[in-house]
Ligand binder design. Structure first.
Ligand code: ZN
Length: 449
């Protein structure tokens, strides 16, 4: 069985006209190297380039992820811009009663950690794949929100066509997000203040107090977090278009021998930000975040992201609206190349492939057991229900250490053994269930143990 890998099917096959135009200047040894860097199934890659060539010769039914021509109707290469603008509209305050902004620093992080516990662990492995293009990013307490609450960042990034965009996400995304959150704080405070003044001016109107001041605060906070995440994804994506496989980020683009094929290099990104009792998840691509919500002794999976597959009806409609095509070649692929409809990087696949994240914000409940972030190397082999059940069982069976509890209370926890064990178990389960891809799993425990 061929795993539905998230990778790309690259142009560049022998005798292929698209390949000639794209890769004609590339030395043969470099072409082989490029193919290896794709997430090829292990059967084709394990024995090196000879096996890969033999598998390629065996035809489209082979395990080898065949090199495909770009669609003749494909749109021309576009710039990195997705056309959206980064400006925040701060107007349109509603007729609601407002509460004063909680003064910065007055909330006690330790109290928040007590009310909303959090521990985490992860494992990221190449699995049966020869190349490693997955990365994870774990940054507890990466930012302090304006009210003093610690914010925690976790991300899974599944690269394709090379690992450097995934590595860029790993190294920069939390840094950019912290900057963007800081930039949002001033306008957030201003908006709250304005709404409070408007509420005071209209005091006595029955509509004013209908949703309560807490609703206004929450609304404005969520607006700020969404805006910060959207700008962060745009910044990382813009940087990805300047990134070369050699590791340089340069304008004008790098001219080293590795630079030629960077047009179809990208990464998924699924990011979870935990702040007080809220789970903010931003997703771009086909990595996934699932909340395990306990009820009556069982754990119900609640997906907090929706995979960006080219055949998802709304994504297909969006792609077709810009003149793009989705072709079925070992799965649905944009232009017959990329098996997902959104990604960071991949500038040659614009405008069909966009880097805009979908963002969900979920209120935590006391029943929430854990949050799982993982690449498709796990989700393709382990369904949501099984992953939740296994993680939950593993977390319940493990014993927290006193040191970990103290770390968590201080707001700067280190990876916790129970969570790392749960992540490890999920990775082993995926391998046991025939995953051929890289596998990355982050498990975030949401319970006091
Ligand atoms: Zn370079």
């Amino acid at each position: 069985m061929v795993m539905a890998s998230a990778g790309v099917s690259m142009p560049g096959g022998d005798g292929d006209p698209a390949a000639a135009s794209t890769f004609s200047s590339t030395p043969e040894c470099h072409r082989i190297r490029r193919r290896r860097r794709l997430a090829l199934p292990a059967v084709a890659t394990a024995a090196g380039s000879d096996a890969a060539a033999a598998a390629a010769a065996a035809g489209p039914s082979s395990r080898e992820k065949r090199v495909r021509p770009a669609s003749p109707s494909a749109s021309s290469v576009s710039s990195l811009s997705d056309g959206s603008d980064g400006e925040e509209d701060v107007g349109d305050a509603e007729e609601e009663e407002s509460q004063p902004l909680p003064p910065a620093g007055l909330q006690r992080p330790a109290a928040a950690a007590q009310a909303w516990p959090m521990a985490f662990g992860s494992l990221s492995v190449a699995g049966r794949s020869r190349d490693m293009e997955d990365t994870v990013s774990l940054h507890p307490a990466f930012h302090t929100w304006v009210d003093g609450s610690p914010m925690h960042f976790f991300g899974v990034f599944d690269g394709h066509g090379g690992s450097h965009v995934a590595e860029l996400c790993r190294d920069r995304m939390h840094v950019f997000l912290s900057e963007e959150l800081a930039a949002e704080e001033a306008s957030f405070v201003q908006r709250l203040h304005r709404r409070k003044q408007q509420a005071a001016a209209g005091e006595g109107t029955s509509a004013a107090s209908a949703s309560g001041g807490g609703g206004v605060l929450q609304e404005e906070e969520e607006r700020a977090w969404r805006a910060a995440l959207e700008r962060t994804f745009r910044r990382v994506d813009a940087m990805a278009s300047l990134a070369c496989a050699c590791g340089r980020i340069a304008r004008p683009p790098c001219r080293c021998p590795l630079a030629g094929n960077s047009g179809i290099v990208g990464s998924t990104a699924v990011v979870a930000v935990l702040v007080r009792g809220r789970l903010v998840v931003a997703n771009c691509g086909d990595s996934r975040s699932v909340l395990c919500r306990g009820s009556d002794g069982a754990a119900t999976p609640v997906p907090l992201s929706s995979d960006h597959k080219p055949n998802r009806p709304d994504e297909l409609a969006r792609i077709q609206a810009v003149g793009g095509r989705v072709v079925y070649i070992n799965g649905h692929r944009v232009r017959g190349i990329l098996a997902m409809s959104r990604a960071l990087g991949d500038r040659m696949l614009r405008p069909e492939v966009i880097a805009e994240p979908e963002i969900t914000i979920t209120e935590r409940t006391p029943e929430d057991e854990c949050l799982i972030l993982a690449s498709d190397g796990m989700w393709d082999a382990v369904p949501n229900e099984i992953a939740c059940s296994v993680a939950r069982q593993c977390l319940q069976d493990g014993n927290p250490t006193a040191a970990a509890t103290a770390e968590a209370a201080a707001g700067r926890p280190e990876p916790e053994a129970r969570c790392s064990n749960a992540a490890s178990l999920l990775v082993r389960l995926a391998i046991g269930r025939d995953s051929w891809d890289n596998i990355s799993v982050v498990v975030i425990d949401l319970q006091h143990r």
